[in-house]
Design a protein around this ligand. Structure first.
Ligand code: SAM
Length: 230
């Protein structure tokens, strides 16, 4: 999603700071997560109708997530929290940090470990809605349905949890099916025209509304992670 850089994003973020969390805490009864929530239409509507579920919405662009958090604040939705974060940090990892220059003006780089944003095996449903298609194959590893991401999601999903994925983009959909299969997920509720199928789909995202109004089919699937080896 392209958003123009807005000057007042920081004060706006400060005003809705109580809607944010740096990490997803352990111990909630039911947790659902949307990765790449955009302006938050989908997650806020879903959260409103499911007050006993705790929702978390991840988005990496400050100008965009602030709109989602403001929407939740305006509508007084208490059971959705926002994480200004990259999906790759859902699980623990190593970041390369620039620490300055040495006496020969060479960069000093250090590997710094970061903790997982999400407790392992805690998430019931993980939503991927209209993820950026990134058509250039050079960027395939950044697609949110790339095998590297599917492996991270497997770590955070409960044993009986699942992923729900929707897109307007056929090449991304085909790529994603391959990646789910490569990672041994079990695909179900597969459709190449969600809006003309029997699969219930009461919550539409901003992109979904836009593309379906243009008459484009919506591709969708659900996927269960492979069972952990005992
Ligand atoms: C095309 S938009 C779709 C927004 C919304 N889900 C919808 O359907 O209207 C994709 C969103 O995913 C976010 N995104 C892409 N890669 C991400 C990542 N690695 N971590 C977090 N958010 C990401 C983008 O910033 C963008 O807002």
């Amino acid at each position: 999603m392209r958003a123009r850089k807005k000057k007042n994003t920081v004060p706006r973020l400060e005003r809705v700071a109580d809607r944010f969390t740096p990490t997803i805490p352990a111990g909630e009864e039911e947790i659902r997560v949307e990765v790449g929530c955009g302006k938050g239409k989908f997650i806020t509507a879903l959260a409103k109708d499911h007050p006993n579920v705790q929702f978390y919405a991840l988005e990496k662009i400050p100008d965009v997530i602030v709109m989602a958090a403001e929407k939740a604040a305006r509508e007084e939705i208490g059971n959705v929290k926002f994480l200004l974060a990259d999906a790759k940090d859902l699980t623990e990892g190593i970041d390369i940090k620039f620490m300055g220059l040495d006496e020969n003006r060479k960069p000093i780089l250090e590997n710094v470990a970061h903790e997982a944003l999400c407790p392992s095996h805690s998430v019931s449903v993980l939503y991927l809605n209209f993820s950026d298609p990134l058509p250039n194959n050079k960027h395939a590893h950044l697609r949110l349905t790339h095998a590297d991401f599917l492996e991270r999601y497997r770590t955070v999903l409960k044993a009986d949890g699942h992923i729900e994925f929707k897109t307007d983009n056929k090449p991304l959909f085909d790529f994603s099916v391959e990646q789910f299969q490569e990672c041994n997920y079990e695909i179900y509720d597969y459709t190449e025209d969600l809006h003309h199928s029997d699969i219930p789909n009461p919550y539409h995202t901003e992109y979904e509304t836009r593309f379906s109004e243009m008459g484009m089919p919506i591709y969708s699937l659900k996927a269960r992670p492979p069972k952990e080896k005992a």
